[in-house]
Design a protein around this ligand. Structure first.
Ligand code: ASC
Length: 150
């Protein structure tokens, strides 16, 4: 009985202290999770892009909504890059795991830029939005250039 209780406690402690990888039932779920967040982010970033590039009429409310979504999504993909997924996706370069510090830095660049995009979108000023869009796009591109197969 005592052994069972000890084991149960140990299991509970492990669950609490477990790394992010433990939140996924299987490696494929981690890939799906990060790609889903990126997809939603890309869709919304693209909507803003169409506005700042003159391909869609500037709709300040829609831009603000999309920018909020981008800022939220920017927080999400990273725990999905678990070490056990390094061979699962053709898109993710092995550099992600080889130079984890550089990858983290790239992810932080986006997480720094995206909230500024959300703030800029709320000003209802297209030029302000444009500037913030470019900074965020630079963060997307930097990470994609270094860590994603084209
Ligand atoms: C987008 C999108 C990206 C970035 C990137 C910026 O709209 O889907 O991945 O912008 O192309 O250079």
């Amino acid at each position: 009985m005592k052994v069972v209780a000890t084991l149960a406690l140990a299991a509970a402690a492990f669950t609490l202290a477990a790394p992010a990888s433990a939140q996924f039932a299987k490696p494929e779920d981690a890939v799906k999770y990060r790609q889903s967040a990126m997809f939603i982010m890309g869709q919304n970033f693209g909507r803003i892009g169409a506005m700042v590039n003159g391909k869609a009429p500037y709709d300040p409310a829609a831009a603000a909504t999309s920018a909020e979504i981008v800022a939220e999504m920017a927080k999400l993909p990273w725990p999905g890059f678990t070490a056990n997924t390094d061979k699962l996706s053709q898109k993710a370069k092995s550099e992600i795991w080889v130079d984890a510090a550089k990858f983290k830095e790239a992810s932080e660049r986006l997480q720094n830029a995206a909230p500024k995009l959300a703030t800029a979108a709320k000003t209802n000023n297209l030029d302000t939005l444009k500037t913030a869009f470019q900074e965020t796009a630079g963060a997307c591109k930097n990470c994609h250039d270094n860590f994603r197969n084209q």
